[in-house]
Design a protein around this ligand. Structure first.
Ligand code: ADP
Ligand code: ZN
Ligand code: ZN
Length: 760
């Protein structure tokens, strides 16, 4: 036997791999890339992933440690994924161990849980065949009884009882009968409960068993043609174009307003991919907000679908991972981090709402799921589809320049009309509780017609601040120097920046006055005020506070679609994905803050939000309208957006960015540093800024927009270049020098490649 060494990724915050020796006893069977091994690291044992296997090593033998154990199970990371994660670590200049840590399910990295169990799925008992389920009726009961099968008769009687008494259990039985093996998380998304499942277990009608690992196979009955639409010419052209190029990389931007039929296009493109027995990965902004979209996937294809999102527990996450890697899952749908799901035969990636900010992770490993999805597709030589009504400026520019294939859906599918946006000049209006007379009038009219209203205010809580009416003292968070938000229901002041909480002071701590009152308005207050104005209407508030409880969001959305409520009040959660067919009036209380932001992306984000919120109105055949309240009706950005639409606005803004050499016409990285004293981060970043980097420009260091947060002083330094290559070369140089930076031990710092939010 010869010497053998491996380089592995270990979950530690260092930008390097670690080398270990493989003892002779562990050398057979041959060790391979992607395997998980247990190794000593300091005083701990950790699990690492093998990145390289080699027979020599230039570290002195006394310094090198040995692998403690190899984990012999089915849970290897496939080599393609290993390559991909390495590319990601490189691109984001992020510690490779941490990239693996974030990309892999937690159980794969847990030393104590090194024996892992395969996924379990639910089945119906085999004797419950289609005829029984479909036609559970007294007649068929008699038919089967003739077969002299007591057990069968008994089950059948039970099923009939269920059909009459527990329709939801019966529906669950049908679902299980329709497909071979469905996991609990998938059933949960389909709206079934553990209680319903347990009831069927008790009646011995369903059971759980280990999922067999077999790659998904397309069958004729896989496709459910029932809800399939005959495509419009526009749609058909897109489906044909993408379908013709399934075997090579290409990035397709589908630019179409909400309701123009993008999802239908996804579904019909997927059909071709699944028919080749390949898998599809779909990224969506927020699973909880798109139950209707999920249902459409489930209804169209009778295939195993895995969902990947933050509400999964560790075991469920691992199951999804394994199902995808072994090819048993045909479709994986998930939020941002689903981009790291290994798929044995990935044939297509779809990113719905590609402009959405939630695709970018804003802490630790700061990746953009869309960008690395494109990287992944190009490495696999498969197509990727980006869909949105409001393309990000990056994607739009790539589409306009011909780098991406640009597909437009100009018309709304069916016969629904696009809602016009009307500006309301607040200076010309009687305003009560932040509501203009015109908006109030329209709300009244809409309610009278029996239709629903959506009021958008992107600020949760009761009021963004409280102050003393005598001495003008403001309750500020000491750790952030920003006002506390008042949460009336909880009777608390909460800092939205650091989550610090305080009781509401009975008196002004500065002058002793009891005249302390809220300033400004949040959704909680808006809800209360609207109720006062429209006492007859039922009002529902949808924001992060009102939907904290598990299942609450789904419940509220269901109540809205059941028309239990007439007015919806909410934050940007309401702008995402969800369709409210009976909402015919959208009132936007204000977006003025974004008109004067220092962040060059603020206008882009405001425009996207506004158009997305507007898209919620008038989905069905009823026409809708959007009223936007503003103090600045003459502002050129608003004028352009309202009169000429998003695309004109975007092109205009792109032209300005080109002139100013801002992204996407240049490339940026942002160094952030923070410490207990302002001088440290400033000096740390100054050392970087003083480095000569060929072809790069620095902006800063400057105090962050929020200079103080959670007691730390924060500084920013932006580095910018005309090409990615130049930028990344400079970054390698700067990072290599960092250990010599005299201030580096005194600050916490991080690096954000292609930053999208300069406020953080
Ligand atoms: P988007 O994803 O762009 O919001 P959808 O695909 O959800 O649009 O389509 C909007 C509505 O129009 C849906 O109810 C869908 O079923 C319907 N639809 C989509 N394509 C067609 C079509 N070709 N003919 C008729 N209805 C369609
Ligand atoms: Zn006072
Ligand atoms: Zn704070």
């Amino acid at each position: 036997m010869s010497e053998q060494y491996i380089q592995i990724a270990i979950p530690v915050p260092m930008r390097q791999l670690f080398t270990y020796q493989v003892p002779q006893a562990l050398q057979t069977p041959p060790i391979s890339v992607g395997e998980r091994v247990q190794v000593p690291f300091g005083a701990r044992q950790v699990i690492g992933v093998v990145i390289k296997v080699q027979s020599t090593c230039d570290i002195p033998p006394q310094k090198i440690k040995s692998v403690a154990n190899r984990l012999h199970d089915d849970f290897h990371v496939n080599p393609t994924m290993v390559d991909f994660l390495q590319l990601c670590a490189n691109y984001y200049h992020h510690p490779i161990g941490d990239v693996f840590q974030q990309a892999l399910p937690k159980l794969l990295r847990d030393v104590k849980k090194s024996t892992l169990t395969p996924p379990m799925v639910w089945h119906c008992y085999p004797f419950i065949d289609d005829t029984v389920i479909a036609g559970a009726s007294p007649t068929s009961q008699r038919d089967v009884a003739n077969e002299d099968d007591d057990k069968h008769t008994e089950k059948l009687t039970q099923i009939i009882k269920i059909q009459n008494k527990a329709p939801k259990q019966y529906a669950l039985l049908q679902v299980l009968n329709n497909r071979e093996g469905i996991s609990w998380p998938e059933l949960r998304v389909l709206g079934y409960s553990k209680a319903q499942l347990n009831a069927l277990v008790k009646k011995e009608l369903v059971f759980e068993k280990e999922q067999k690992a077999h790659a998904f196979q397309w069958k004729t009955e896989t496709l459910n043609e029932q809800n399939k639409h005959a495509l419009s010419t526009e749609q058909a052209l897109i489906v044909a174009t993408i379908t013709q190029s399934l075997s090579s990389f290409g990035c397709h931007l589908i630019d179409g307003v909400t309701g123009s039929g993008k999802t239908e296009v996804y579904l019909q493109v997927m059909e071709g991919v699944l028919a080749q027995n390949k898998q599809v990965l779909v990224l969506v902004p927020e699973i909880g907000l798109t139950p209707q979209t999920l249902m459409r996937f489930e209804q169209r294809f009778k295939v195993p679908i895995c969902l990947h999102h933050s509400a999964l527990n560790d075991k469920e996450r691992l199951d999804t991972w394994l199902n995808a890697q072994q090819g048993s899952a045909a479709i994986v749908i998930g939020t941002r981090s689903a981009i790291f799901t290994p798929l044995q035969k990935l044939g297509l990636i779809i990113i719905d709402e590609e402009h959405d900010g939630s695709l970018k992770q804003q802490d630790t490993f700061r990746y953009h799921a869309r960008d690395i999805a494109i990287l992944r597709a190009s490495k696999l030589n498969i197509p990727i589809v980006l869909g949105t009504a409001t393309p990000s400026f990056e994607s739009l520019q790539n589409a306009l320049s011909g780098k991406y294939k640009y597909h437009k859906l100009e018309k709304r599918a069916g016969n629904s009309k696009k809602s016009p946006i009307k500006l309301i000049d607040m200076a010309q209006q009687q305003v009560e509780f932040g509501l203009s007379g015109s908006l109030k009038h329209e709300i009244k009219q809409t309610l009278a017609r029996g239709e629903q209203v959506l009021l958008f205010l992107n600020r949760r809580g009761y009021a963004p601040a409280i102050n003393c009416k005598e001495c003008h003292w403001i309750a500020n968070c000491m750790r952030c120097d920003k006002p506390y938000t008042l949460h009336q229901k909880q009777q608390l002041l909460i800092c939205h920046h650091c989550t610090d909480q305080h009781r509401i002071p009975p008196q002004c701590p500065s002058c002793g006055s009891v005249r302390i009152a809220p300033i400004g308005q949040g959704t909680e207050q808006l809800e209360q005020r609207i109720q006062e104005i429209f006492p007859e209407a039922s009002i529902v508030r949808i924001d992060r506070d009102s939907t904290r409880k598990k299942g609450e969001l789904a419940k509220l959305l269901q109540e809205v679609s059941d028309k239990k409520h007439q007015i919806l009040v909410g934050t940007q959660m309401l702008a995402k994905g969800h369709h409210f067919p009976d909402v015919t009036l959208v009132g936007v209380l204000t977006v003025d803050g974004a008109l004067f932001s220092f962040d060059f992306r603020a206008a882009e984000q405001m425009a996207q939000l506004l158009i997305q919120v507007s898209g919620r109105a008038g989905r069905a055949s009823k026409p809708g309208q959007v009223l936007l309240q503003t103090q600045f009706p003459e502002h050129p950005l608003l004028q352009d957006l309202v009169h000429n639409g998003y695309h004109h606005f975007a092109r205009q803004a792109l032209a300005e960015r080109k002139q100013a050499l801002l992204p996407p016409f240049s490339f940026q990285a942002l160094f952030r540093a923070e410490a207990n004293y302002p001088s440290y981060p400033n000096k740390f970043l100054q050392v970087l800024a003083d480095t000569h980097c060929e072809g790069c420009e620095f902006a800063g260091p400057v105090p962050a927009a929020m200079e103080k947060k959670a007691g730390k002083f924060r500084y920013h330094l932006i580095i910018q270049a005309k090409s990615r290559k130049t930028l990344h070369k400079a970054l390698w140089q700067l990072l290599a020098n960092t250990p010599q930076n005299p201030w580096q031990g005194k600050v916490r710092w991080n690096l954000d490649i292609d930053p999208i939010d300069l406020n953080w």
